[in-house]
Design a binder for this molecule. Sequence first.
Ligand SMILES: [Zn+2]
Length: 311
Amino acid sequence: MPRFALLLTLLFAPVLSAQQPPPPAIDSIALWNDFTALSADSMEGRRTGTRGGASARAYLVRRLTAAGVEPLVPGYVQHFDAGGRDTSSRDGVNVLGVVRGADTSRVIVISAHFDHLGVRNGQVYNGADDNASGTAAVLALAAAYAAQPPKHSMIFAFFDGEEAGMHGSRAFVERPPIPRRRIVANVNLDMVARLDKNELCAAGATPYPFFRPLLRATAAAAPVKLRMGHDLSTPDGLDNWTSLSDHASFHAVGIPFVYFGVEDHPDYHRVTDDAERVDAGRYLAAVRTIGDFLRRLDGDLEKVVPGRRQP
Ligand SMILES: [Zn+2]
């Protein structure tokens, strides 16, 4: 390196690093491989308490271990009662990893549910968009942050039992492995691959308006159309998604959330929700957009999320 370049690097490196952290480096090949593996027939639709659910869980544990993401709980697994009719379907298992930041006092939980509908009448419901897409995206974000640690600690949560009523996320917030007051935000991903109109939605800025400037800045730089909404109890022409996925469990105990997802599509909860129907480029663009939001949130967490009154 020429001497002046070295000098410039030394002069500006601290300034740059004192500003925003870099965006998480998403491994696009790993993202696609994880997405197709999780939505393959061999996962048998990943229903809670089934062999397919156990395969998906084992896959997540393997991938987190390989990426160097630490277990938040022994073996990464948190068992809970999933409320099913028989013993096996009651056995819900969340998979929980953590990447420690320089500041461990405030923690962001990045989540996706990995369960889906299983096999019905001999047909496998692969749930590619719902929610192999969010699951593979959270894996990619976890791997990126394990390689390049964030400012604030991040928990990467893969919830089970969502399809039957968000049992996994509720168990997590009711019995959190760390003191709940340290969890200051939830970023939840559910159905983030089917950007049929190149549009991704972000809900949460109406109940938690301090997220709005971050979402606006993210939208301005995003390779997809990022649209805020779906979080009003009064009609605004959009359905209210506040209670429709795992972020609802965080919202219920006063933890601010941002939920990323797409509008319902004809394959939603149908046997046709397959990886073949996903445009890889748009899916990657959605995950990069979410990663960019996460970096902004991590960079400005103290300024953005106010101190909460703790229940
Ligand atoms: Zn879902």
